[in-house]
Design a protein around this ligand. Sequence first.
Ligand code: ARG
Ligand code: ZN
Length: 870
Amino acid sequence: VPVRLADYRPPAWLVDTVDLDVSLHPTATRVISRLALRRNPEGAADAPVVLDGDGLTLVRVALDGAPLAGGAYEATPQSLTLRAPTADRFVLEVETLVNPTANTRLMGLYRSSGNYCTQCEAEGFRRITYFPDRPDVLSVYTVRVEADRAEAPVLLSNGNLERNGPVADTGRHYTIWHDPWPKPAYLFALVGGNLSKVPDHFVTRSGRPIELGIYVEPGKESRASYAMDALKRSMRWDETAFGREYDLDVFNIVAVSDFNMGAMENKGLNIFNDKYVLASPETATDADYAGIESVIAHEYFHNWSGNRVTCRDWFQLCLKEGLTVFRDQEFSSDQRSRPVKRIADVRTLKAAQFTEDAGPLSHPVRPDTYREINNFYTATVYEKGAEVVRMLKTLLGEDGFRAGMDLYYDRHDGDAATIEDFLAAFAEATGRDLSHFALWYAQSGTPRVTATGAYDEAARSFRLDVRQETAPTSGQSEKKPVMLPLTLGLIGPDGADQPLTLGGSNMPHPVIEVTEAEQSFVFTGLDARPVLSLNRGFSAPINLSTNLSDEDLVFLAAHDADPFNRFDAMQGLALRLLKTGAAEGRLPDATPLVEAARRVLTDTTLDPAFKAQALALPGENEIAREIATDVNPDAVFTTRRALRAVLAEALAAPLGETYDALTTTSPYSPDAAAAGRRSLRNLALDYLTSGATSEAIARAQAQYGAADNMTDRFAALAVLSQHDTPARTEALADFYRRFVNDPLVIDKWLSLQAQIPEEGTLERVKALTLLPVFSMSNPNRVRSLVGAFAVGNPTQFHRASGEGHNFLVDVVLGLDATNPQVAARLLSAFKSFRQLEPARRASAERALQRVAVTPGLSADVADIAIRSLS
Ligand code: ARG
Ligand code: ZN
């Protein structure tokens, strides 16, 4: 049965305090919980106490210290209901047994490499003990954790450590943790195991000392130093950018190797997929370092946006996730290059969210119904959610936005809040009516905006006509115009921005607000025809088409003061060629793009990281999305290959010079500037190798062998992997030998091979699943191999024979019984199947139907299958 936002009711019972006593054991962990229950004056009167459970074994129940007889309650693995009427306030004691070793779903209490850990968001706490497992029940937790000292010398939970010691004559020991901040159960965490602590300190702005710890597998300590550095920078940044200080005496992070998602913001005890903690120059790429920095920041920032102010219900997930993604994006922008970060974020947004929104899994940033909440940790909730917050900032300006944030935190500290609460804070702090803006949370789909500019020489004016339209999406046939904050510039022939005069007055901010389906803006006082630069910085998350000519795009690529739009002009030129090329089987004349690319490549004033982004062609999935109907992935691939070859040949000389000029002997440093130089050099290598001449292959081999860091070694391997040569076989074998004992590096090796755009890849992928380094029970391995094949290899996944689709379905059905969350995530790779040409579309549909008719599916996989087919 689906859950509906409209059905929200306040909880009938509240839990003021939770006392947990968890005695860890590999197969029979005993959990005793004492809940101080209190009838909620705001809740339904007379409602009985009903606690959620999931697969629990009940041992006993007691009420205010007295054991409850069997008839006084009803217990199933899914719920615990008190039958008899109770006082309005009492203490319920419940003892349950759980088996963490058998927990393959990685939700609740489970084991990873022998260590005990938990994941409770969204509904995992009910797999540990019976509880009103909903985010609007906030409690103060005291947790005693006990374990065999040899098995688990480290015992952690949320908050501050109160006490620890031995349990007499047992070889066991315990710790007691107290978290003074009321929190929902999804923020509970517990860790026990043999872990090494990397210690550090932080002093908050107001002078409070904080003890920091990152816990990793013994031997991996040195790989946690970058994460620790990122953590301290995050803590400082939230103080200066948002005025938010840390609020406990300790902050701990634990890295585990089996984790369904990226990381989790449990209060004072973040638990991470080790992929987002561990890095060394030899094993992690620049992209890995950037990923660690942003995920460490993201989880830390949740301490305010998510923990101090949490969500009333799971429909409000974007309240914490969209806001926190926005915050981590801003952090990375301040630590690195803002334009380059923006370009990277928009690439991700388009690849993941625009694709999602264009297919059957489309949903609003705040969904109003769900069957399985874990399927809504999506690009729409996260990335589009962040874009909506960014638009708010564009609309309200720096100061208005900060005033709104401050009011939101002041007013809702300690609350479980809603999107309405969030918007009301901004409306009140700034006096703006945000009722129309709120539609961004409720309406799904990417608005398609058409902008037509015309210069009137006689009137010295420029008229801009803007039209917006959102196509119907699943479950929403009627669409309304949304509010679009469009940042713009009008560029004169000299390349400089002209003053913007609208309605006779100078615009204080270069932003127009479009609220209607059609709207016109007339800018005056323009002596020459300007070139329009619209949606600068991607100020609104839209599909924009304009009447700009190729010459205009070339001009923007060379002159736009907004680096994002310079990048976007290059991409626009390329996309026009690629779309036509894929449709007609022949690439049109690419000279304008080639000349624009030459200018970017040889412009000495540009940041190398920016150049690398601007010169990278749109990916196959982005091209497919632009084509939108009857896509043939082979045609897309061939056209993209052809355009790359054209650019490579025309720019061979400057690419070679760029490569050589960026070759360095200085030791590796992960900083943004050095990473940018490597990214441009490796982009040049990729172009230079596109013809696969023996000289080019030799250059890639040389780089592979000589590299002192993973970025350069892996970039060379990636280039070699694209060409069926003995050099590829050799390099892949060498890489395996070097890193066979390093699972996170093996993931790169798996993922690279899964993306080889050749006929043999499906067989290769199947063979790789049989290697001892692969395991279907580890989410990172599965995503790296099977996920990369399905999402990153369109020609082979969508093979006309249907074998690629069948393979994915086999994996999904095999995995569903043990880890439905990961299985459902894999299945969502079909999300864009409706844009395929008829034969491939039919094959994908058959594959999805095969899933849908399988008996005994998990709610997770059934939900994705049904919605994909809808
Ligand atoms: N709140 C986590 C984050 O920082 C995501 C956890 C989601 N886990 C899950 N099983 N749904 O984004
Ligand atoms: Zn998050």
